[in-house]
Design a protein around this ligand. Structure first.
Ligand SMILES: [Zn+2]
Ligand SMILES: [Zn+2]
Length: 260
């Protein structure tokens, strides 16, 4: 029997989170806790080893809320602030567990991380902190991390590229995306066990697919379970649940846990 993967959605909001600062809830029903969304991140765990996708600016709160005290590795989708700015919170995890944490990304994101958060990678005379991260560049289409076989999917995200991942051929994660460069991608993941896909808002956006495009994709892929993530305050949990759950498509929510 193949090992089960535990999935823990830490954050499924977009860059502003829900509510936005100044308590702005948009279309979201404030009384539903599933509408409270921190910035995007997810943790996968298999055979006792975990991999974190992105370090959201809300990482500290996410670790507390989900009782996570250890992370074995981190993989990055791209360098936008809503995906990297919690990287400093890895210091606590490193210090508690007395180990350096390997991180994985393409060289563009890695260079930005090293420039913005140099003290996490090298000891510098101003800071004096011991480095806590081990940098690894992803430069192939497949990579194995902590027993996860990961396929790397380059995707368009407006002016930049971002990366999606397929874990062990059963969990796909494609969040910040305008379109897939591989026109056969939706066929490739057709019928996959679990798909997390970015669904920002109803209107068009220069670097994200629109709601309509994303829902069309979910019909084509017809995953056992599809979860919408990276949602703004335009997207209300119950409204979408009522529309989509009959087709096994669900809005994600912070703290969602499942086993695949
Ligand atoms: Zn982005
Ligand atoms: Zn984002």
């Amino acid at each position: 029997m193949t090992e089960k993967t535990e999935i823990n959605v830490l954050g499924c909001g977009s860059s502003f989170g829900v509510p936005l600062s100044h308590d702005i809830w948009g279309n979201c029903d404030k009384s539903n806790p599933k509408n409270q969304r921190t910035r995007p991140s997810i943790l996968l765990k298999k055979a006792g080893k975990s991999i974190l996708i992105d370090t959201s600016p809300d990482l500290r709160k996410q670790l507390i809320d989900n009782k996570i005290d250890n992370i074995d590795s981190v993989i990055y989708t791209h360098s936008h602030a809503d995906h990297i700015h919690g990287i400093n919170d890895l210091r606590a995890i490193s210090l508690i567990n007395k180990k350096k944490i390997p991180i994985y990304s393409d060289d563009i994101t890695l260079n930005i991380l090293k420039k913005s958060f140099s003290y996490l990678f090298v000891k510098d005379e101003n800071h004096g902190y011991e480095p806590i991260l081990i940098a690894n560049t992803i430069n192939s289409k497949f990579i194995e991390i902590n027993g996860f076989k990961i396929e790397i999917i380059k995707q368009n995200h407006g002016n930049i590229d971002s990366y999606g991942f397929i874990f062990d051929n059963k969990i796909a994660y494609n969040l910040d995306i305008k379109f897939f460069y591989d026109e056969n991608y939706l066929d490739k993941i057709k019928g996959i066990k679990c798909w997390f896909v970015g669904c920002l808002r109803y209107d068009e956006h220069p670097s994200h697919a629109s709601y309509k495009e994303v829902i069309d994709w979910t019909h084509k892929v017809n995953a056992n379970k599809t979860f919408l993530s990276h949602m703004t305050a335009h997207i209300d949990y119950d409204t979408e649940y009522k529309k989509l759950s009959v087709g096994n498509v669900f809005p994600a929510y912070d703290g969602l846990k499942l086993e695949i």
